[in-house]
Structures are given as structure tokens and as C-alpha cells.
Design a protein around this ligand. Structure first.
Ligand code: GP9
Ligand code: MN
Length: 721
């Protein structure tokens, strides 16, 4: 009797429809738990994961409900079901190999080689993948053999509409929950993993299709003529190198150290504990800042927007800005043509290149963007031993990160251009426990601010250990180090609470102060140099690339770069913020208000001449940002031939099995290999890396040393930072 009911149910259109909806949900969940690694961190995220296939599955399948005739209804339903299953199947197979989801561009064949989707696709299949398709065959068979009978009664239009409406409502609910957990999901596009984790594969694919269509439209309209216009601006704006500094670091390895969320006010900062004892937050970084071998800048500003870390990377390595909306890496990083630092240095001076970062490679779409920047190697989380105890939601903590990087760094051919992206000093600056709890908390009403100093101190220690290792193994002397803060650590919304700690009061805190807080450290440490010191030139991240290239003895006049060498006598002391605000030695223009830097008050009663000066600054800033958008949105560098270097070919780079590749190269080069490992008589230097857990901080008792494993508090996902 029961069976009969069941089969009756399946013999009804709605029953059959429900069967497919449930089956697809189940297959989707199966993929979530067996193939995709989505970094689920809380029961709430589990819940979102479980419900996220529902809305789009219902919406798409419900299209068939509008078909009244019998056979066409079943055919439509089965086609939609099969296409959805095929997409899921393809993603499962692709993900297992590439730990990434399929984008429209991948489908269209762009970047075919990069993604490795060559003739070997068949080899990637595993028997378990049949789960996604086998049911289609079974159902078609059941329909053909009339095990499931066709229902000739059409679905009433209002029922069909009800399904569509319900699916839209469910989607809205899903999106709401997703935004609660990860705000800016759709506007900032952190990573494909995030979109799938929160909204499902179908929604991700549609989102990606819309994005791809939009960017392709703008690109299609751009022409070589636009490039000429841009070229003229760049020539005019270019600042000639200063002979005194040009080539000072020629031929040296480049080691970029990304100081996550580190603001300039942390330099030389001492935090008072509850007993009034002062604790220097970043003693090691401070020692570099004041070293005669370091060119330090104390009027250097971040220029990022929604793409945060990734925008800083864009600015520093391409001398172009990110976008005013959304993350440039995610939207265009994997599509555009660049003249980025690793490629320029490879072409001009035979540098190898590598990025080191203990988070998933898809975050900020780095895996694609880096191939377009010309990075030869990218060591992401998959290359590190990352576990619950040594990581948090943004990846591996800094000490193990730098320590574990040594095993790869030692195999890079020299000279190399490398970038180490630290991450522990990231919002929400959660308190370390156990051995890493080595620094006092600040004592404000805001726990985010309170933790910021301790995580910055941890970063400082991690960097110091890394330097010690480099000195020990002899890489230090022949390298140049660039340390930079990527963006604010304490957001404007929290600054009033921070005010007291930086010698101000919350009552008098204004946007003028917010603007000043956009300062981030920027220092170029050149071992052996004694010309260094603190330089007060006004600049921003966009100026980093020409500055560095000139130090390395590489001319930039033929490159399309929007920044200016910070050492140049022609350097314009004007810094554009991404939203069109700006900063100069005399004025601060922020949130639509002009401030006089001397009085720190709103600038009033300007003379005609001063007004003109401000207008002109405004124009220059607007122009610089416009040109950047023109280049990026139109992908104009694909038309540019003036730099006399070969265009980068992203398809030549793959970030799989990098260590084996580097080792093979060492063998092939034999005596000519310049890697640290080869120079060290083919002996690893890894055991020379010394890393220590914290000495326990306590305001009253003396410090004690022990070596228990580092641990960190379970963290909540950032919602508003
Ligand atoms: C993630 C890390 C943080 O991999 O670089 O990025 P952010 O949130 O600072 O932009
Ligand atoms: Mn960052």
C-alpha cells in the first residue's frame, strides 16, 4: 500500500519534480562533504551550506512547471536536471584536481593550459563521480519503461508561479543569512570558495557569468587609441630617477614582507599595561625603521578599497590602483594583461619569482591573478602544514608560516623576487592563548582594538625570526627587503575609541584624524647601505614599484606606471586615496571636507590662489584615478607595445608541484644553479631556522620560557571589516 502511494506520487508531475529536487539537493550536499573544501567554521555556516542548494534548484527546475504539454514538460525538466547535474559533476572533477571552481572563462577555454584542462580530463575521473550522473540514466530508464508514468495533467499556472516566488524568497533569505555571516559577499567577492559556501554552485556560476559579461563588454569597447591617451598621461606624470639612488640595490634578491593591517602609528609605539609599564609593540620592525640601512617613509599612505590586501598587492606590484568598487583581483586579475614586478624583473634582469602565503590560493583569486602578474611560483596553504592549532580563518599563523617557507625559499634560483604575505595581525585580532599570549591587551571598550597590539607584536617576532634565519644562511646580505603595511588595522568606526591611545581625545577626533590614520609603514632595507633614514616625502602604495625598480637599476620610462619614484626630485607630494580624497603636506581632503594640516581644522577663508591650488590637486588626483580605471577596465595594456618586453603568458605558469619543479631545475643547472640549497652543497638550511613560542607575559611575575604548542582562540568571522 505504502509502495503504491509512493509510486502514485512519482507518477504525478509535482511528485516527480520533488524527487528530482531532493535528489539534486542530496548530490549537492554529497559533493560539499566529499570533494569541496569550503572551510566551514561554525554551526551557522553548516546550516547555510545545507540550505544553499535549495533556492536555485527550485528556481531552475520550476521553469519546467510552466510547460503544459506532457512530453515537453518531462523533457524540459530532465534537460534542466541534467545540465545542473553536469555542472556539479564537472566542478567535482575539476575541484579535486585544481581545488577551485569552474568559471565561465575556464569553460570558454581561456586559460586552458593554466588550469591544466588539457587532454588529460578523462584521467581525472573517478568511479565515485558517477554519483552525479548515474541517477539520470536510471530515471530516463524508469520513464522509458513506464516504471514512472507520465502525468498528462498540467501544473496550474499559479502553482508554478508559487514555486518560482518561493524560490526567490528562499534565495533572499539565504543571501541575508550569508551577508550576516560575511558582509560584502557579493560586492567584495573574496573568493569563489566563499560564494559556493554561502550561495551554492548554481548561484556562483550565474554570478560569475554576469561579472564576465560585464567586464567583457567594457573590454570589447576599448581600443588601442585609448592606450595612446593613457600613454601620454603616463609620460607627463613620470618622475625621473634620482642618480644618487638609482641602481643602489642592483642584482639583489627582493624580499617583500607584507605587514598585515599594520599602521604607521604602531611604529615606535609603546603600549602601557595595567601597571603602567610600557611595552614596545614592534621592536624589531622599529629597529629596521631607524636603521641607517633602511629608507623609511613616515608620510606613506595606503590607497586600497574593498580589495584590501589584494588592492595593496595591485598597487605595489603594478603601480595601478584597485577598483573603486569590489576587488580588482577577483574581477579582473585573472583576465587582464599586466606589466607587473615579477614579469618586469624576469624579463629585464633574469629574476625568478615566488609568493608565499598560508591561506587558500583562491582567496582574492590570487591563483589566477598571479599567473597574470608573471609569478613563477605560488606557495599557498596546500604547501604548508596548517592545522587547528597553528592557524585561524585567514590561514597559517606568521611564525610557522615564515618558518615553513624556508624549505621552498632555499630552492629559488637567485636573484629572486619574492613576497611573504603574513596574516596573523588581521581583524579580529583575537587573543592568543598559551605560549603565544605574550603581550598585554589594551584596555579600551573595544576588544578589536585591545587585541591589535598583541597580534602586531606577534608579527614583529615572526619577522625577526625570519631575518635571523636569513642572516644565518647568508641570504640577508644579498637581498633587499621591502616591508609595507597594506591598510588600516583599526577601522574609522573604531578610531574614536583608539583616540586616547594615540594621544588624542574622542571628542575632538574628526575625519582629519581618520585621514592621517591611513598612514602605513613603508621601508626599504638594503643591507650594507648607510644612506638610509626617515624620509618625509608624501607618497602611497602606487609609488612603490617605480621606487623599487629604480633602486634595482631598472628604468621605468617605458612602463605604464601611475606612481612616482619616492626618491625622485620630481616627486609630486600628493597622495590620491581610492575614493578621490587626497593628502598633501599642506591639505587633507577627506569625506568631502578640506582640512588645513597646520591647524588640523576645516580649511576656511582660502585665498584665490590657495583655492586654485586645491582645485588643481583635486584634478590631478581625479585624473590619476580615471587613468587607472581606464587601463584596468579596458584591459588597455594588451594594446601596449612600448615597453619592449615580451607580454606575459599566464598559461606558462602552474602552481602545482612547485618544489619538484624547482629541484629539477637545480639538477638541470648543476654547477650553475644559484639557489641557496645548491650554494649550500645541496644541503637543506631548514634546520637553521629557529622559531620560539612566546615568553609568557605577565605584568607581575617575571617571564618564563616554555615550549608548548602555539594555540589560538576560536575566532568569529569578520563581519564588518
Ligand atoms: C587573506 C589575507 C587577508 O588571504 O591576505 O586579506 P584582507 O582581508 O586583509 O584583505
Ligand atoms: Mn590585509
Amino acid at each position: 500500500m505504502k509502495n503504491l502511494n509512493k509510486s502514485n506520487f512519482l507518477n504525478k508531475r509535482l511528485g516527480f519534480f520533488s524527487l528530482l529536487a531532493i535528489l539534486f539537493w542530496a548530490k549537492n550536499i554529497f559533493a560539499y562533504f566529499t570533494v569541496f573544501n569550503l572551510g566551514i567554521e561554525s554551526p551557522f555556516q553548516y546550516f547555510i551550506l545545507l540550505i544553499n542548494p535549495i533556492a536555485t534548484t527550485l528556481f531552475l527546475l520550476a521553469i519546467s512547471l510552466y510547460v503544459r504539454r506532457t512530453k515537453p514538460f518531462y523533457v524540459t525538466l530532465m534537460i534542466i536536471y541534467s545540465l545542473m547535474s553536469l555542472l556539479l559533476f564537472a566542478n567535482a572533477v575539476y575541484y579535486r584536481e585544481f581545488t577551485d571552481f569552474i568559471t565561465i572563462n575556464t569553460m570558454l577555454g581561456a586559460g586552458k593550459v593554466t588550469s591544466g584542462l588539457g587532454s588529460s580530463t578523462l584521467n581525472l575521473l573517478e568511479p565515485v563521480d558517477m554519483v552525479y550522473l548515474i541517477d539520470i540514466l536510471v530515471i530516463v530508464y524508469a520513464l522509458a519503461r513506464k516504471k514512472i508514468k507520465l502525468d498528462t495533467n498540467p501544473i496550474k499556472a499559479r502553482v508554478a508561479i508559487a514555486f518560482t516566488t518561493a524560490s526567490i524568497m528562499i534565495f533572499s533569505g539565504n543571501l541575508f543569512l550569508a551577508e550576516t555571516d560575511r558582509s560584502g559577499l557579493l560586492t567584495r567577492t573574496f573568493s569563489r570558495d566563499y560564494l559556493v559556501k554561502y550561495l551554492g554552485i548554481n548561484a556562483f556560476t550565474v554570478y560569475d557569468a554576469v561579472q564576465t559579461y560585464n567586464t567583457n563588454q567594457v573590454r570589447a569597447e576599448a581600443s588601442p587609441n585609448d592606450m595612446n591617451e593613457v600613454s601620454e598621461y603616463v609620460k607627463e606624470h613620470h618622475a625621473a630617477p634620482n642618480d644618487e639612488y638609482f641602481g643602489l640595490a642592483k642584482g639583489k634578491n627582493v624580499i617583500y614582507i607584507h605587514l598585515e593591517s599594520t599602521q604607521q602609528f604602531l611604529i615606535d609605539y609603546k603600549l602601557k599595561d595595567e601597571n603602567g609599564v610600557e611595552h614596545e609593540v614592534m621592536p624589531f620592525v622599529n629597529s629596521l625603521f631607524h636603521s641607517k640601512s633602511t629608507f623609511s617613509f613616515d608620510n606613506f599612505f595606503h590607497q586600497v578599497k574593498a580589495g584590501k590586501t589584494s588592492d595593496a598587492e595591485t598597487l605595489l606590484e603594478t603601480s595601478l590602483f584597485g577598483l573603486n568598487q569590489g576587488a580588482f583581483f577577483a574581477q579582473l586579475g585573472g583576465k587582464n594583461t599586466f606589466e607587473a614586478a615579477p614579469h618586469i624583473l624576469a624579463q629585464e634582469a633574469g629574476y625568478s619569482s615566488a609568493v608565499f602565503h598560508g591561506n587558500s590560493k583562491t582567496f582574492w583569486n590570487r591563483n589566477e591573478t598571479y599567473t597574470h602578474f608573471g609569478y613563477e611560483n605560488f606557495f599557498d596553504a596546500s604547501y604548508y602544514d596548517v592545522n587547528e592549532n597553528n592557524s585561524f580563518q585567514y590561514g597559517l599563523h606568521d611564525k610557522p608560516f615564515f618558518a615553513q617557507s624556508a624549505q621552498y625559499l632555499e630552492h629559488l634560483q637567485q636573484p629572486f623576487y619574492s613576497k611573504f604575505i603574513a596574516v596573523s595581525n588581521h581583524y579580529p585580532y583575537a587573543e592568543f592563548t598559551d605560549d603565544e599570549a605574550g603581550f598585554p591587551m589594551a584596555n579600551t571598550s573595544d576588544s578589536t582594538i585591545n587585541g591589535y597590539f598583541a597580534t602586531a607584536n606577534y608579527l614583529d617576532k615572526a619577522v625577526e625570526e625570519f631575518f635571523n634565519y636569513l642572516k644565518e644562511v647568508g641570504l640577508y646580505e644579498n637581498s633587499v627587503f621591502v616591508l609595507y603595511g597594506d591598510h588600516y588595522g583599526v577601522s574609522n568606526g573604531r578610531n574614536k575609541t583608539l583616540a586616547e591611545l594615540v594621544g588624542k581625545t574622542s571628542d575632538t577626533w574628526t575625519d582629519y584624524d581618520n585621514a592621517q590614520m591611513q598612514r602605513v609603514p613603508y621601508m626599504i632595507h638594503v643591507p650594507g647601505q648607510s644612506k638610509g633614514g626617515v624620509n618625509h616625502t608624501y607618497g602611497g602604495q602606487v609609488d612603490g614599484l617605480p621606487t623599487l625598480l629604480h633602486l634595482l637599476g631598472i628604468d621605468t620610462d617605458n612602463y605604464i606606471q601611475l606612481g612616482q619614484d619616492l626618491f625622485s626630485k620630481e616627486k609630486d607630494n600628493l597622495v590620491a586615496f581610492r575614493d578621490g580624497s587626497f593628502m598633501s603636506p599642506k591639505y587633507t581632503y577627506y569625506a568631502g571636507v578640506l582640512y588645513d594640516n597646520e591647524t588640523q581644522q576645516v580649511a576656511e577663508d582660502l585665498t584665490e590662489e590657495e583655492l586654485q591650488e586645491v582645485d588643481q590637486m583635486h584634478e590631478r588626483v581625479t585624473r590619476q584615478l580615471e587613468v587607472s580605471d581606464q587601463i584596468n577596465n579596458g584591459d588597455l595594456l594588451r594594446f601596449y607595445t612600448g615597453s619592449n618586453i615580451d607580454p606575459v603568458n599566464p598559461e606558462t605558469f602552474s602552481y602545482k608541484d612547485s618544489l619538484t619543479r624547482l629541484q629539477d631545475l637545480e639538477k638541470a643547472l648543476g654547477d650553475k644553479s644559484t639557489s641557496l640549497y645548491s650554494k649550500n652543497n645541496n644541503q637543506s638550511t631548514v634546520d637553521q631556522y629557529k622559531t620560539q613560542t612566546y615568553q609568557q607575559y605577565s605584568p607581575t611575575k617575571t617571564n618564563t620560557d616554555d615550549d608548548k604548542k602555539a594555540d589560538s582562540e576560536p575566532l568569529e568571522e569578520a563581519t564588518n571589516e
